[in-house]
Design a protein around this ligand. Sequence first.
Ligand code: C5P
Length: 244
Amino acid sequence: MQPKDRIFVALDVPNLPRALGIVAAVQDQIGGVKVGLELLTSVGAPTVVEAMSASGLPIFFDAKFCDMPNTVAGAVEAATRLGVAMMTVHALGGIPMLEAAVAAADRAALLGPRPKILAVTILTSLTWEALGQLRVAPLASEEALQEYVVHLACMAQQAGCHGVVASPHEVAAIRAACGPDLTIVTPGVRPAWSVRGDQQRFSSPRDACEAGADYLVIGRPITQPPPEIGTPAAAVARIVGELA
Ligand code: C5P
């Protein structure tokens, strides 16, 4: 895989013209696009996916489904029929929900391409202090949090998920526990020159890849680059250079 193929740009924008503008500016320099809750809710999933398909780039459908198995299965079938490459469900939805999601993708893919089902472990915006506020009792330290994320990743793999989404801090431990076949996607990627924003458990693009990540989801450092970097295209070029 070329360094550029690892980069999925997170299109966290409220409308299609802005999303298409970013895609047009960087489409030759990236591996795919990630569409998430803001765009899917503002514009509508079928419209978004159809518009993004014109770029020919793989589409990562990040709606982070978490509901009853039957409900999630219906949503996964619908997203599979749209023709996306990867989609997310929450690992915390539990094993029956994860199994239902994988089975639904398999069913719907009989008529087209089969997307990868990725389980989101713990959001990269949550620190272990924040998890303490939620009274997730065993997560009283950074080490315990990492152990828990690895547990969720192994559980999702056993439920049939093709990959997981996790912070760069947990990638190496997940890779060691789950082996080379599990796809690991990591958001929480921040080049040294970018603004951290609400990301808490982040690292540089290069460190994330060296830890064993397959794909990097990068949003604001590309879509809202700092003035000294200039444009989204310049930001991607810089990141690809750092990965090479
Ligand atoms: O702008 P930024 O690079 O922080 O965007 C990160 C993207 O990754 C966002 O679209 C966010 O929804 C997503 N994400 C995340 N943490 C997860 C899963 C997805 O930040 N655990």
